[in-house]
Write a protein that binds this ligand. Structure first.
Ligand code: ATP
Ligand code: MG
Length: 591
């Protein structure tokens, strides 16, 4: 069942179990004892029949009565202890694994999140971890119970009549033959069913995420049909697997029927011959069926082990993902930044053979505002991601105040750079909590000052509970522009020496844009800043405008200088947009 590769994988997860080793051993012992106690009743029955009913020996009945009362009490006590220990080990293990995985994930490069996607990560951290817990606790207990039951029942059978006991052993291979015959078809049909179910759930997830698209294109009927087809094909696979399992069970019952007939005939013969008592035959009968129950469970155990190995694989996919971006052994603290930034012959590619930046050279003096402009996909966001070291350059270097970003501690680098993205994220929580995210110790006065700079204070005061209003699913829903201004306030509050504004003003109307322009003028005065904007009107005041095209810088200069270049790219872009905005204005007036 578990080959070399599987053992290796399990070994990697073994350290999660180590702290619970003693409790696990206790759990196994308790389970084994409880199972053994559970095997007593047929033996008690035997003495009731042989000594009390047949021989009329009442003294034995007294002893048996005491045993019959004590047994369930002892079993119940053990069951409680098992439940508690099991819950302790199971939940402890789950918590520890999730904590470890999350901690590891936070160290992983952005590439990991891009490649894996939130849905997959969620199902690994929640579902797969739960499935491993299920294996270590309930499944393993099931295996112990089966194992103990088998050997105890066999021992009792042998004790009651060793010849019939040996006969049972002779019948054992028939069960295994049946098992091996059905194993592959069952396994294949279950894995087919799983694949189909995956398809159903992935399809459903996509359809739900894109529900607005479905509705807006009036594709409900088509989507309905596609979904119905997927679910039906999973139903077929489920039926196939059910019929294989039914075949297996039928085979097992066939063998069991044969076994019972043989025991019955032999038992009668031994009673007539005086070799066995009535009670002994009854007890033997009972033990022989208990002995074979665990074999019936074999396929299920094998299937579940296989399913758990899939979960283990998926968890290892996260744990084995290399931490590419981490502090070097000799990383130094980046002292408070003055704001000199240099890109020196920077080359970068996300995927091998597809260069995104091809030899970027750019020097920025402290306090300068740099605007990055260029067509979509030319590499603007990538440049800022490299500056924050979300990725490492493939060639060349990026330095801040002369420090190569790869030589300094990540924390000291990133906490000194503020970032406002086009799609700003707010967590579920109050406005205050969200704003304080980067600097939890800021005072109320600082908080309000930052909100004023970002032109969002007024808006916040209009919400029902001001700074204590909840954001998120159950709270107020923000427009993109409001969210962005909150994000600006959040970044301003950390007072970063370098500020990155990636399309920070792109989704604002002209009025809020003008407000933010003014505010940004204040924020950016004494900071080095990188502003990425498609709307050139927002960056005309930049100290350096960098025009990019396909991963290269093609023009640099101020707005005035760039407009001087005949047939220059910037000039073209600017003229296009100017024409566009005049058209818009004319349309607005006409409307
Ligand atoms: N995480 C990523 N993995 C792989 N490729 C990426 C990733 N991010 C960006 N790219 C690719 O790199 C190129 C540059 O992307 P980048 O986001 O830097 O462009 P941009 O100039 O910011 O564009 P936009 O103006 O649309 O924001 C694009 O071709 C994009 O497809
Ligand atoms: Mg971008």
């Amino acid at each position: 069942m578990a080959d070399e590769g599987n053992m290796e994988k399990l070994r990697k997860l073994a350290h999660f179990v180590t702290p619970y080793k003693s409790r696990l051993i206790l759990l196994l012992c308790l389970t084994a004892t409880m199972t053994t106690l559970g095997m007593m009743p047929p033996l008690v029955m035997k003495y009731v029949i042989d000594d009390v009913i047949v021989d009329g020996n009442w003294r034995v009945l007294e002893v048996l009565l005491v045993i019959s009362i004590c047994l369930p009490i002892a079993s119940a006590a053990m069951r409680i202890a098992i439940s508690f220990t099991n819950a302790y080990v199971g939940w402890g293990l789950t918590t520890q694994m999730r904590k470890f995985i999350y901690e590891h994930m936070l160290k992983l490069p952005m590439r990991f999140y891009d490649e894996m996607g939130t849905g997959k990560i969620m199902s690994r951290v929640m579902g797969d971890v739960a499935s491993v817990r299920g294996m270590v606790t309930s499944r393993m207990l099931g295996i112990i119970i089966d194992f103990v039951s088998f050997w105890v029942a066999l021992a009792f059978c042998m004790g009651l009549n060793w010849k019939m006991g040996c006969l049972l052993l002779v019948l054992l291979p028939l069960y295994f033959l049946n098992y091996y015959g059905w194993r592959t078809p069952i396994r294949e049909s279950i894995s087919l069913w799983r694949r189909k179910m995956d398809r159903v759930s992935v399809g459903l997830q996509e359809r739900l995420t894109g529900v607005q698209l479905v509705k807006s294109y009036g594709r409900e009927r088509r989507e309905n049909r596609a979904f119905a087809e997927d679910t039906h094909s999973s139903l077929d696979a489920a039926m196939q697997s059910a019929s294989h399992r039914a075949g297996y069970y039928a085979g097992t019952w066939g063998v069991s029927g044969f076994r019972n007939t043989v025991i019955f005939c032999l038992g009668c013969y031994y009673v007539i011959e005086g070799e066995m008592t009535y009670g002994a035959v009854m007890a033997f009968f009972s033990y022989s069926s208990r002995m074979f129950q665990p074999i019936l469970n074999l396929t299920q155990i094998a299937m579940r082990l296989q399913a758990v190995m899939v979960s283990v694989d998926r968890i290892l996919e996260i744990l084995d993902f290399p931490i590419e971006i981490k502090d070097r052994e000799d990383a130094v603290e980046l002292p408070p930044i003055k704001g000199h930034v240099a890109f020196e012959n920077v080359h970068f590619e996300y995927k091998k053979g597809e260069p995104v930046l091809k030899g970027i050279d750019l020097e920025v003096q402290p306090g300068q505002m740099v605007a990055l402009v260029g067509h979509t996909g030319c590499g603007k966001t990538t440049m800022t991601s490299l500056l924050m070291r979300f990725f490492d350059v493939n060639k060349g270097r990026i330095s801040i105040d002369g420090y190569d970003v790869r030589d300094v501690k990540l924390r000291t680098l990133r906490t000194q750079i503020g970032q406002v993205l086009q799609d700003s994220v707010m967590f579920n929580g109050t406005i205050r909590e969200n704003l304080l995210y980067g600097r939890p110790d800021a005072t109320d006065a600082e908080l309000i000052a930052a909100a004023r700079i970002a032109e969002i204070h007024e808006f916040i005061m209009q919400t029902p509970e001001g700074y204590d209003s909840m954001l998120g699913n159950d709270g107020i829903k923000l427009s993109v522009g409001e969210k962005q201004r909150l994000a600006i306030a959040r970044a301003v509050l950390t007072d970063p020496a370098i500020m990155i504004l990636d399309e920070a003003t792109s989704s604002l109307d002209s009025l809020s844009e003008a407000l933010i322009q003014k505010a940004m003028g204040n924020i950016l005065k004494e900071r080095t800043s990188f502003a990425i904007a498609h709307r050139l009107s927002t960056i005309v005041n930049a100290d350096i405008i960098v025009v990019m095209d396909h991963g290269e810088i093609i023009e640099t200069g101020t707005h005035r200088e760039l407009l001087q270049i005949p047939n220059g790219k910037y000039r073209q872009l600017y003229e296009q947009q100017a024409a566009g905005s005049i058209e818009e204005a004319v349309e607005a007036m006409a409307g």
